[in-house]
Design a protein around this ligand. Structure first.
Ligand code: HGY
Ligand code: MN
Ligand code: MN
Length: 395
């Protein structure tokens, strides 16, 4: 099948007709539909699929069952996300294998296509959940304590998807992952050529800010008598924005939960999730310290309380220079650039697996939005680049 027809099939799955966006939380019906589409494509190509307890998949082309070169990405999405973030890597991998087969290439080592679950953490709040558990950096015990916003536990979600929570844990799949190369849509405006190669992933983390206050009447409570956690949150959000600008970093409060969430009552509690990122660990740590300091000072003024809980922290990832430069070579000098977005490739690299990433140009740089986009010509250039890289690594 051509890339275009593969893409037309896959990107039709779960698209919201009103927003054009996708909400494919891990093990949700639309994410499962996309996963089953992927499995059908693997079966149609005679690929041998291996899966692990949490639902990560690698579909193998090649006779031996020894280590090989794995590519692929994720099929889940953020809430109302774009079509490309994740699926472009999976669809491009299928198209690249088709292309290599069509030209008669026989891999010297097996080539695997991976689909890793809950990379966005949009359902259970833990980014790269599938790859972290597979790599053993998140224990099965901790993972199975996670609940989604409806209170459904990970174990129950796995059972609903026909998986066995008792099999969750470090993945046998990684024993065959000799090298991992992930193709991904670029999520900024840094790439001006059709295809680029990743140098590094910024360190980043998610931190839950719980602001405690005093519920009261919106109409009768004097302003000076209030202990309003919404005020402390608002000042913290402003401080985070200012501190990130000063540090050349990123700080986002994109998720909020208000108790009791009434129109005519001062809230008793506001919970806000901070996504913070920076080019290096020291800057990230000082950014966080500055935000927490200002939030704490404001809480004292407002007579409110503050509790900050790290939910996930991802260290800086510097992809191995030798493999990076080998890809640049194969691609006749493709540009090299860092990314502020996290990826399963970062988890696998951290776990000691030789890992690289290819980026496909995103003309607007917009991502985690229905407006996310990549030109067809650039996507086709990405497939050609991935095919050339796989051919070089698996010869
Ligand atoms: O949020 C991220 O950095 C990535 O898109 N999972
Ligand atoms: Mn993403
Ligand atoms: Mn992604």
């Amino acid at each position: 099948m051509s890339f275009e027809s593969l893409w037309a099939d896959e990107s039709a799955i779960g698209r919201n007709p009103d927003t054009g966006g996708y909400t494919r939380g891990g093990w949700s019906p639309t994410e499962r539909e996309a996963t089953h589409w992927f499995l059908d494509q693997c079966a149609a190509r005679g690929l041998t699929v291996e899966s692990d307890g949490i639902g990560n998949l690698i579909a193998w082309w090649g006779a031996s069952d020894g280590p090989g070169v794995v590519t692929g990405s994720h099929l889940d999405s953020v809430i109302d996300g774009g079509a490309f973030d994740g699926p472009l890597g999976v669809v491009s991998a299928l198209a690249a294998v088709d292309q290599l087969r069509a030209e008669g290439f026989e891999p010297g080592v097996p080539i695997g296509i991976g689909a890793f679950v809950e990379e966005e953490g949009s359902r259970f709040g833990m980014p790269c959940l599938g790859s972290r558990v597979a790599a053993g950096v998140l224990s099965a015990e901790k993972a199975l304590q996670l609940k989604d916003r409806a209170g459904v536990g990970l174990g129950e979600a796995l059972e609903d998807a026909g998986l066995d929570p008792a099999r969750v844990g470090p993945s046998p799949l990684l024993r065959r992952m000799g090298t991992f190369v992930e193709l991904h849509v670029e999520q900024g405006r840094g790439l001006t050529a059709p295809v680029g190669v990743a140098s590094s992933i910024w360190p980043h983390g998610r931190f839950r800010f719980t602001f405690g206050g005093e519920a009261n009447h919106a109409g009768t409570t004097l302003m000076e008598d209030r202990h309003d956690p919404m005020l402390t949150y608002a000042m913290t959000a402003l401080a985070a924005n200012k501190q990130a600008r000063l540090a050349g970093a990123r700080a986002t409060f994109g998720r909020l939960s208000v108790e009791p969430n009434g129109t005519n009552a001062v809230p008793s509690q506001v919970t806000a999730w901070l996504d913070a990122r920076a080019a290096d660990t020291a800057t990230l740590e000082s950014l966080l310290a500055a935000i927490i300091k200002q939030a704490t000072e404001r809480a004292e003024r407002d007579g409110t309380t503050l509790e900050v809980t790290p939910e996930s922290v991802s260290p800086v990832v510097d992809f191995p220079a030798g493999l990076r430069d080998r890809l640049v070579n194969v691609l006749d000098g493709a540009p090299v650039l860092p990314t502020g977005a996290g990826h399963d490739a970062g988890v696998f690299s951290d776990a000691g697996i030789p890992t690289a990433m290819l980026f496909v140009r995103n003309p607007t740089g917009i991502s985690h939005s229905p407006a996310e986009y990549a030109e067809l010509d650039d996507c086709l250039a990405g497939v050609d680049a991935l095919a050339a890289v796989l051919k070089d690594l698996a010869k």
